[in-house]
Design a protein around this ligand. Structure first.
Ligand SMILES: N[C@@H](CCC(=O)N[C@@H](CS)C(=O)NCC(=O)O)C(=O)O
Length: 205
């Protein structure tokens, strides 16, 4: 399978999951500004919305949307235990993936990171983000991971929290989130994925 990604974008979560699973995967970079892939294709021919992550399978079929892509990777590599299999555990995983994808990623962080969003949109997003971070920090107060063990939801949450450095959000009021971040950074899959994408990001800037 091949992951279309942009350095340090939300597709980093899928890279982490693929490294966790020791999957034999290929990675093709997409320039978010020009929408060109590393091999020179117009990425919008691959995904009409031009969004990463896009996962391409050996038969050419494609899957988009973080929550779906991450769950697919987890199901493809069950030995990596990246997602629960029981009904309650799976529902909890989906709860976190939906929360991270909608409340944190799109509603709060996107306007803060977007050059097109004006001060009103940014203030609105800043007003929203605190309650979301409170909720997840409270949950992580006495837990190592979002669920019983590391899951694809942690890969996604780590990716989004990593964006705080490009926003006015300071995580100091949430020590549980700072500890969670440093704990995850020490995980080999996360350390490798972050280091590689940071290098690519720096090179491109
Ligand atoms: N709903 C999508 C959102 C994906 C998304 O926002 N991807 C961003 C990177 S974090 C992107 O590709 N942005 C490029 C653009 O907006 O043109 C998902 O969950 O996968």
């Amino acid at each position: 399978m091949k992951l279309y990604f942009s350095p340090l974008a939300c597709s980093l979560a899928t890279r982490i999951a693929l490294y966790e699973a020791e999957a034999d995967a290929q990675f093709e970079e997409v320039d978010p500004k020009t929408k060109r892939t590393a091999s020179g294709r117009d990425f919008r021919e691959i995904h009409a919305l031009g969004l990463v992550p896009t996962l391409e399978l050996a038969d050419g079929s494609r899957l988009t949307e973080n929550a779906a892509v991450l769950q697919y990777v987890a199901r493809q590599y069950p030995e990596a235990s990246l997602a629960p299999t029981d009904a309650w555990g799976l529902a909890q995983l989906q709860q976190w993936l939906c929360f991270i994808g909608t409340e944190l990623h799109k509603a709060s962080f996107m306007p803060l990171l977007s050059a097109q969003a004006g001060p009103d949109a940014k203030n609105y997003a800043l007003g929203l983000v605190g309650s979301g971070l409170n909720w997840v920090a409270e949950h992580l107060q006495d837990r190592e991971f979002l669920l019983e063990r590391f899951s694809v939801a942690d890969a996604y949450l780590f990716t989004i929290l990593n964006w705080t450095q490009a926003t006015p959000i300071d995580l100091k009021p949430w020590p549980a989130l700072l500890e969670y971040q440093s704990r995850l950074r020490r995980r080999p899959s996360v350390e490798r994925a972050l280091r590689e994408e940071q290098e690519m990001y720096r090179r491109e800037r």
